[in-house]
Design a protein around this ligand. Structure first.
Ligand code: ADP
Length: 461
């Protein structure tokens, strides 16, 4: 790489050392290569600023933030990003909240960030944009004459053609992506959906090797399945657990679910699956407690308030119906837990229920595998609709909508002989180790450095 690496993500770790897989990976990449990390600040601005503000905290690289006004936060972040693009990409067009102000706020923030970036970027720099918050960014930069390489990694699923049709900005969407040099997606299935959608456009043309020509622009689409820092996670999982395991297990086997409270995670469906198992389980099957750890997320968005009510009612019903004096079947914890508690807890669990209805990758599945004791590993029950299912084929793969299938998988996991558990775990651990977060970052950037540079746009669009 000849120029500087500039990373743009909506969230940027502020304060102490970064924690969490993705931010650690970006931190390490930048520490190794040098560069600049830009993200949005924690405080609202009174008026939108027109230049980034440097902040402390980068080790061997620079960090800068831009503030959003409260209106921008509502329109750009809660509005268009999380009430339009998020449901759209998770195949929930019924939950899309269309509002012209959201679209305008999203366009305005992207145009402003592009103006600020254009002031500092050099032609040899490489810009790596993360996620659905900044889809129009490359197009805005191209309009300002920026010719540097720009890559996008979309962490969430690529929408289907009918999903995209629900977007009022449908035509723009295709131009947004085509202005990048490289569009990185999680899975081969995402790549196929992306190529299909461009193929269906009159001006879309398939070139070779994942390259797409759209109108007067060509760009590349490729999958880069994201991973975790498996080695570190395995080490953390072996540390002593902070709570007494006897109380955690409550004299029963342990089933674990760990997700943000989001409708895409299929948590109520999973609870129904557990209820079906309780109803149908064989006499040989052990008693089991299902702990679901679910920190709230995007709490002011109505769809998130609805899923919270639904989940709490369902858990209450199942506990009321099946609970005993000395056992509560489901323990719902509506809070996040620190990683050094989470990792040993995964290790303690006999089963992980990772059953999203749609998910770009799902890192919980990989963390659970990394945390297990290879001698006596737990069983991963994984939704076929999680991106992780493309790689983690030795999990018990289920249809997350089908409560009976989920219930049967729980029964099968409890009955599974130790040798089969070991063999499945070994294969899964290999996947986690072979495709870790550091390889992911390096392969994306290597590819971006190799794509043919764009010339300035011939025509405005
Ligand atoms: P998403 O990015 O949609 O939330 P992922 O499964 O890809 O889903 O990543 C979630 C990350 O957040 C994982 O690293 C996971 O450990 C962490 N996480 C999720 N729920 C919790 C929780 N209850 N407590 C602590 N960490 C959590």
């Amino acid at each position: 790489m000849t120029g500087r690496l500039i990373v743009l993500s909506n969230r940027i770790p502020t304060g102490g050392p970064p924690s969490g897989g993705l931010v650690v990976a970006i931190h390490e990449l930048l520490a190794e290569r040098g560069g600049l990390w830009i993200g949005s600040g924690d405080d609202f601005a009174e008026t939108p600023s027109e230049s980034f503000q440097p902040v402390e905290g980068g080790k061997g690289y620079d960090k800068a933030i831009f503030d959003l006004t409260e209106a921008e936060y509502n329109e750009f972040y809660l509005g268009y990003a999380n009430s339009v693009l998020w449901p759209l990409c998770h195949h929930r067009t019924d939950l899309i909240a269309l509002d012209r102000q959201y679209a305008e706020g999203y366009a305005r923030v992207n145009a402003r960030v592009a103006r600020m970036l254009a002031q500092i970027v050099e032609p040899e720099d490489v810009i790596w944009v993360h996620d659905y918050h900044f889809l129009p960014l490359a197009l805005e930069l191209r309009k300002l004459g920026v010719t540097a390489r720009i890559g996008l990694f979309l962490h969430i699923p690529f929408p289907t053609l009918p999903d995209i049709e629900a977007l009022p900005e449908r035509d723009d969407f295709y131009y947004w992506l085509a202005a990048f040099d490289l569009v990185g997606l999680q899975t081969e299935a995402d790549v196929a959906r992306c190529l299909d959608s461009y193929r269906a456009r009159p001006s879309g043309e398939m070139l070779f090797n994942g390259r797409v020509k759209f109108d007067d622009r060509a760009f590349e689409v490729r999958s880069f399945p994201i991973g975790i820092d498996g080695k570190t996670f395995t080490e953390t999982a072996q540390k002593p657990i902070t709570h007494n395991p006897v109380y955690i297990r409550a004299n029963a086997k342990l089933i674990l679910g760990v997700d943000r409270l989001d409708y895409s995670k299929g948590i109520p469906h999973r609870v129904r699956g557990f209820g079906t198992w309780l109803e149908n389980r064989s006499p040989e099957s052990p008693r089991a407690t299902f702990i679901q750890i679910t920190p709230p997320s995007r709490e002011t968005v109505p769809a998130y308030q609805a899923i919270k009510r639904e989940l709490e009612a369902l858990v209450g019903q199942i506990n009321g119906r099946y609970g005993e004096l000395d056992w509560t079947p489901i323990r719902l914890i509506e809070r996040g837990v620190p990683r050094d508690t989470l990792a040993p807890l995964y290790r303690l669990a006999d089963i992980a229920l990772v059953t999203p209805l749609a998910d770009g990758m799902n890192l919980v599945a990989k963390e659970f595998v990394a945390a297990q004791d290879p001698e006596d590993p737990g069983v991963l029950i994984l939704s076929r609709s999680a991106g992780a299912a493309e790689q983690m084929t030795e999990a018990l793969i289920v249809n997350p909508h089908d409560a009976e299938e989920v219930g049967d998988a729980i029964e099968r996991a409890f009955m599974m002989p130790r040798e089969e558990r070991q063999a499945r775990h070994a294969a899964l651990l290999q996947v986690v180790r072979d495709t870790d977060i550091f390889d992911w970052g390096t392969s994306f950037l290597d590819r971006l450095n190799r794509v043919e540079r764009k010339s300035p746009p011939a025509a405005s669009s």
